[in-house]
Design a binder for this molecule. Structure first.
Ligand code: ACO
Length: 322
């Protein structure tokens, strides 16, 4: 039986840090409100001209270095983003060229905040079916580009960044299971209502922005993530106590606390980066993952539960032995 194993992680954050106090200067908000409601203290924002592919490239190079892999080793690139550089080619193809990788399949996956979980699920299936041996999986966003900086209910929540992993075929697990879900009936609770084929004028005027019914999204996220924890453990016949680390999507510390409670997980075993990164959408899980690998918290052989919830609605989880 072939499994996929995570053999290297990497991440990258833009240099420009915007604190809650910085936001207070031009939005009707306060550091206290943002911290109490979300746990966010600051976020990194890409500079003018810095693109999703730029962030993805830095994260991918870090992950490939950690994995000890070069361009010739990679035979699949799956990149999750909601904020691609261009309509086409895909950001995965742009990245492929930057990394001097040629010929292998490269494509983007769009599942908003669940994007990285989807990308990991897709790459895991490619490897387990024998269609790929060594995959580069990235979550990268310049989410700041689709924020209305006059809408205090959304602009304080998000940030930019990228995270990546290298997956390799292995006789030993590896990724134990992936669980991907969506329900498009909830599309208008969290959306950018404009795009190329609809509302193009607003797109061209750089006025296509995130709109969110925050309180409803919050409730759905808490309930749905609770269910995905049960589904993941049942599928693997594991107990809550068998999970060493929870690596959640970093949207809101209160949602993270609720999922940790569901798992009976002390917060010391939950990777939390939301205070420093904000919600970086598809980049949030791999950014948190890489942070805890590089600071030595996550060790080889430990069992990791990654989960996310986002626009679509989409939601999913990955259970992996690191
Ligand atoms: N600063 C100050 N006050 C604010 C701000 C702000 N930035 N934003 C909203 N408020 C006000 C509101 O206007 C409201 O005032 P009112 O009572 O006078 O009407 C009050 O604060 C409470 O607003 P709520 O929306 O009820 O606040 P809530 O406690 O629900 O927190 C939040 C809002 C943080 C957005 C929360 O609902 C949340 O985290 N939702 C989920 C976000 C999420 O997880 N998204 C999913 C992933 S994102 C993706 O997929 C792209």
């Amino acid at each position: 039986m072939t499994y996929s194993r995570i053999i290297g992680t990497g991440s990258y954050l833009p240099d420009n840090v915007v604190s809650n106090q910085d936001l207070e200067k031009f939005v009707d908000t306060s550091d206290q409100w943002i911290q109490e409601r979300t746990g966010i203290k600051q976020r990194h924002i890409a500079s003018d001209g810095e693109t999703t592919c730029d962030l993805a490239e830095r994260a991918a190079r870090n992950a490939m270095e950690a994995a000890g892999k070069g361009p010739k080793d990679i035979d699949l690139i799956v990149l999750a983003t909601t904020t691609p550089d261009q309509v086409f080619p895909s950001t995965a193809c742009l990245l492929q060229s930057r990394l001097d990788i040629h010929g292998c399949a490269a494509f983007d996956v769009q599942a908003v905040c669940t994007g990285f979980i989807y990308a990991l699920g897709v790459a895991d299936n490619f490897i387990r079916s024998g269609s790929a041996r060594c995959a580069l999986v990235i979550g990268a966003e310049t989410f700041s580009r689709i924020l209305n900086w006059e809408d205090r209910t959304t602009c304080v929540l998000f940030g930019d960044g990228a995270g990546a992993v290298v997956l390799e075929a292995s006789d030993e697990p590896g990724i134990l299971s992936t669980h991907l879900h969506a329900d498009g009936d909830y599309a208008n609770m969290l959306e950018v209502p404009d795009g190329v084929s609809k509302g193009y004028d607003r797109m061209r005027a750089n006025a296509a922005f995130v709109e969110m019914r925050g309180a409803e999204v919050f409730k759905m996220a808490v309930n749905t993530l609770g269910r995905i924890v049960d589904e993941t453990l049942e599928k693997n016949r594991l107990q809550k106590s068998d999970v060493d680390w929870l690596i959640p999507h970093q949207a809101n510390i209160r949602i993270i606390h609720a999922t940790a409670r569901k798992l009976h997980m002390p917060m010391e075993r939950v990777v939390v980066t939301v205070a420093e990164h904000g919600n970086t959408s598809a980049a949030s899980v791999p950014l948190a993952f890489d942070t805890a690998v590089r600071d030595g918290r996550i060790q080889r052989g430990e069992t990791l539960l990654m989960e996310a919830f986002g626009g679509g609605f989409t939601w999913g989880s990955v259970l992996a032995r690191y």
